[in-house]
Design a binder for this molecule. Sequence first.
Ligand code: HEC
Ligand code: HEC
Ligand code: HEC
Ligand code: HEC
Ligand code: HEC
Ligand code: HEC
Ligand code: HEC
Ligand code: HEC
Ligand code: HEC
Length: 344
Amino acid sequence: MRPLLLLLTAAVASLAAPAGAQVSGCDICHGKPDFKRVLQSHRTQSLYVTQAQIDSSIHKGKRCTDCHVDVTEIPHRKTPQPVNCVQCHYEGNTVGAPQGDMYQKFRESVHGQALAAGKPDAPACQDCHGTHQVRSHKDPRSQVARANIAGVCGKCHLEVYSQYRTSIHGVGLEQGKAEVPTCTGCHQEHGIRSHLDPQSSTYAANIAPTCANCHAAEGIVGKYGISSEQVGSYKESFHGVASRFGMATVANCASCHGVHDIRPPEDPNSSVNVANIPKTCGKCHAGANANYAVGKIHVAPRDPKSGIVYWVSSFFKWLTILTVCGLVAHIILDLARQVRSRRS
Ligand code: HEC
Ligand code: HEC
Ligand code: HEC
Ligand code: HEC
Ligand code: HEC
Ligand code: HEC
Ligand code: HEC
Ligand code: HEC
Ligand code: HEC
């Protein structure tokens, strides 16, 4: 993004400031609405930035040089360096920026690591939060507001974003449903890790718990008429049990449902639609046919609709209860007999 030519001709008297003092007068050039430059990509970039813009953001009252700390003279001869937000935003700061471990989390995240390694397309704070218009995520105009964040991630993760937008979760977001996950609902905000990292919320063994945050909560998915039993029935299934015992090759929620393209079973494009079962199960079970999943997946033993599984599990439940009752009755009767025979 090196600039090709500068569109500025204004001759400005040197306003060199004494060392250590804040320079001002940025508005002499940057306060002109048509002040811009042409980038190497031939796109023009506006260089119009005013104190009023800053004052309408969360950083009200911050001066230009609070962020652009390396601009120490006017005109500035060297191109200013990218702003380092962490100069104020770190745990234990005394300038009034929010406290928390999010900066530490960011540093350890896949993005923070990529940034530290000098990868050119890795996001810094400003890539998600914006520059002069930073706002609290509670403000709907914020780049990181719930409705906007997927689009921000999507600037760099285009393929994933386009899948997500047509998924049940993405469509729900578009419709303003408060309970569906946006990117950060599964990946977190600052602590995003590679799916190959065992500490990641999207690491194979952690996917079921991540989905369970919502899908095991009646208060969340129940609102949409979706059973919260799916997680429990997965855990009790062969796949779920084997996965908990550390078998990495069995199916987790995403192996069957997909990840960014999750759709309801009725949707013909869903990986769990009957028509696609041979392909989905066939990834791991050679020769799986359309009936392969019938009665095998999400069978909740407590639900009469589960048919034979319900009756068999009910039979064993009542057998256990009756056996225990019989045992207890036997003990009581035996005790009573002993007491009676001691009295006589
Ligand atoms: C004499 C006019 C002038 C004044 C006054 C001025 N600038 Fe600039 N500024 C420029 C020009 C010209 C550019 C484009 C430089 C380039 O493309 O390399 C620029 C670019 C910048 C950039 C963009 C750097 C980048 O490449 O992303 C920042 C940040 C900046 N100025 C900050 C300031 C601050 C802060 C002040 C006040 C302390 C200030 N400027 C005062 C002329 C000025
Ligand atoms: C809250 C911190 C902050 C403040 C305050 C701030 N800037 Fe910036 N500015 C940034 C960031 C972040 C960028 C994006 C480029 C980068 O990372 O340095 C930027 C970029 C710029 C650019 C390049 C064009 C653009 O929009 O990307 C100019 C010019 C600029 N700033 C001028 C100013 C001027 C003039 C002021 C004071 C009126 C000011 N800035 C105040 C953070 C700030
Ligand atoms: C000069 C110190 C300083 C710099 C540099 C700075 N900030 Fe801030 N930031 C603050 C302070 C102080 C607040 C709290 C403002 C308030 O609550 O009124 C804040 C608030 C915020 C908030 C909102 C927090 C909330 O809970 O609502 C975000 C987001 C934020 N900053 C992001 C950034 C980003 C991104 C950058 C870099 C482009 C940056 N900041 C640079 C001092 C700074
Ligand atoms: C990959 C995108 C991304 C990056 C990079 C990122 N953030 Fe955030 N940040 C978010 C999102 C999304 C939220 C909103 C969290 C929520 O909804 O609770 C957030 C929230 C915050 C908040 C809480 C204030 C608020 O209410 O908006 C602060 C402060 C903050 N970020 C600062 C930073 C700083 C400083 C950096 C760089 C070290 C950074 N962030 C890097 C996405 C990002
Ligand atoms: C329903 C939960 C969920 C949502 C919502 C979600 N992801 Fe993912 N994401 C995952 C899981 C699980 C994986 C790991 C997949 C695997 O193991 O192959 C993953 C993998 C990824 C990967 C790495 C693998 C790849 O395909 O490149 C990226 C990048 C990614 N997600 C970005 C995003 C972005 C951007 C969004 C929002 C547009 C998003 N995710 C929304 C669960 C989710
Ligand atoms: C400015 C571009 C940019 C933005 C914005 C961005 N990312 Fe990334 N992201 C990257 C890059 C580059 C990498 C790869 C780092 C590497 O190769 O080590 C990455 C890696 C990832 C990974 C790990 C991929 C894997 O292998 O599992 C996930 C997950 C991810 N990003 C999710 C997100 C989410 C969610 C957001 C929004 C909150 C987001 N990203 C915003 C550039 C970006
Ligand atoms: C933040 C909460 C949340 C997370 C995390 C989440 N979901 Fe969802 N999911 C929902 C909500 C809410 C709906 C209902 C949306 C609607 O009906 O519009 C839904 C819908 C679905 C549906 C469609 C069900 C139907 O019959 O309509 C499937 C399948 C699904 N999710 C699977 C998953 C999987 C697999 C994961 C983990 C990779 C996951 N979800 C993570 C909240 C979540
Ligand atoms: C072995 C493949 C497989 C695994 C693993 C799996 N599912 Fe399913 N899922 C299916 C199939 C097939 C259907 C549709 C038929 C059915 O309900 O049995 C389905 C249906 C669903 C539905 C829709 C039910 C409804 O009421 O509309 C949800 C929600 C769901 N699964 C969530 C999950 C979650 C969360 C996990 C992980 C804890 C998971 N699934 C694991 C194959 C799987
Ligand atoms: C990611 C790979 C994977 C996917 C996808 C997958 N499974 Fe499995 N499944 C396994 C593994 C590994 C076992 C362990 C034993 C084996 O190889 O049969 C297993 C075991 C089973 C078992 C119990 C053992 C048996 O053979 O009777 C059933 C039932 C089953 N899967 C059904 C399904 C159905 C139905 C689907 C599709 C909806 C499916 N699986 C998708 C990997 C997978």
